[in-house]
Design a protein around this ligand. Structure first.
Ligand code: ZN
Length: 360
């Protein structure tokens, strides 16, 4: 789940237009770092890709469409951009889940709605049995997977209606649920941690300060896990449930050190990762990421997590498909982006074929 970029895509335009007017004329000694929004000066190719080169399954999106009309518009955008299917990670259980399923049911081939876990009473005896029951009910109601589960340090808090503070993905109480997911062939999409910048000191040395400060993690909270400890909880769960398919959201929030995710891929064939909402983070180290996507081309999945605006899709295609250099996403980090120039073989797997293996 990531809200800032959606909001920025909508509100950002006005804000940037205003701030460009106001701050471009300010003396450099008065410009705040957060207002520094350079424009590329280079006369180099600019690619606009309206439609993806190959059909896409978007493995990481949410219930952004509040009305039937919104759903219709969303399908139109998907057609224009070349998105064959979108996985709606609903977080929901109970009747709330059922109504999300209903909303998208007019387009059964274009959407899948995944459910959350019902953590209600997770500190009480007998909870796993009740939670498994609700999972089975959601599965019957149409859930083909689970997600997005989420833990940034103080426990699994994404599923509705109840956050499970203090309980992590590798908690013994979670095991019956994760095993049931294997039995029902339901993949588990789980967000652990956040990008490393959010866990580091918010000072002049923080490499991703502008986004990091907004999403900073308070490590002084009692019982909160560090980034490293969170990745360990993921590793434990994947290791202890070899029959369950896990999708680590956002490249397991390990863009700062992709080799750590690589080590997990090497060890655990039941682990995949989506690249949702990590486009600007990866497009600043294009050669490194290109090599990583080549090496692990059977394990990575396309996802967006950023609404369904056409410009959002186009930005992802530009980053994945082109060799464009030094372009900015005005609504995100301050650094310039570079296209990854992925080859057709990798693109096809990333866009669709790896997803098909999981969704079969
Ligand atoms: Zn998400």
């Amino acid at each position: 789940m990531i809200f800032h970029q959606n909001r920025h895509y909508i509100l950002g335009f006005l804000g940037i237009a205003l701030s460009t007017l106001t701050f471009a004329q300010k003396s450099p000694t008065e410009i705040r770092l957060s207002d520094y929004r350079p424009k590329s000066i280079f006369k180099i190719p600019v690619s606009i890709i309206n439609k993806a080169k190959f059909a896409i399954i978007d493995m990481h999106s949410h219930d952004y469409s509040k009305t039937d009309l919104n759903v219709d518009q969303r399908v139109k955008n998907m057609d224009t951009a070349g998105i064959e299917k979108t996985i709606i990670l609903s977080y929901e259980t109970g009747t709330a889940f059922d109504s999300v399923v209903k909303k998208y049911s007019r387009y059964p081939n274009r959407f899948e709605v995944w459910c959350g876990f019902d953590y209600t009473g997770y500190n009480e005896p007998g909870w796993p049995v009740r939670a498994v029951k609700e999972l089975e009910r959601c599965h019957k109601a149409g859930a083909k997977g689970v997600g997005e589960l989420g833990d940034k340090g103080d426990g699994l808090f994404y599923s509705k209606p109840t956050p499970a503070y203090g309980m992590h993905i590798d908690d013994p109480r979670m095991k019956p649920l994760l095993e049931k997911c294997a039995e029902l062939h339901m993949p588990v999409s789980v967000h652990v941690a956040d990008p490393m910048w959010m866990y580091q000191p918010m000072d002049s040395t923080n490499d991703g300060l502008m986004n990091a400060y907004t999403w900073r993690i308070d490590l002084t909270k009692k019982g909160i896990l560090s980034h490293e400890q969170l990745i360990q909880t993921l590793k434990n769960a994947v290791e202890e449930n070899p029959k369950t398919t896990f999708i680590a959201c956002h490249l397991a929030n390990c863009v700062y050190d992709l080799s750590s995710l690589g080590r997990l891929f090497d060890k655990f064939p039941n682990l995949y990762a989506d690249i949702a909402a990590r486009f600007d983070e990866t497009a600043t180290i294009p050669r490194n990421v290109h090599a990583f996507y080549e090496k692990y081309q059977d394990r990575i999945l396309y996802g967006t997590d950023l609404g369904y605006d056409l410009n959002m899709y186009r930005n992802t295609f530009r980053i994945l498909e082109t060799a464009d250099e030094h372009f900015y996403d005005e609504y995100s980090y301050h650094w310039p982006l570079y296209g990854l120039a992925l080859g057709d073989k990798v693109l096809k797997k990333l866009y669709r074929n790896n997803a098909l293996k999981i969704l079969k």
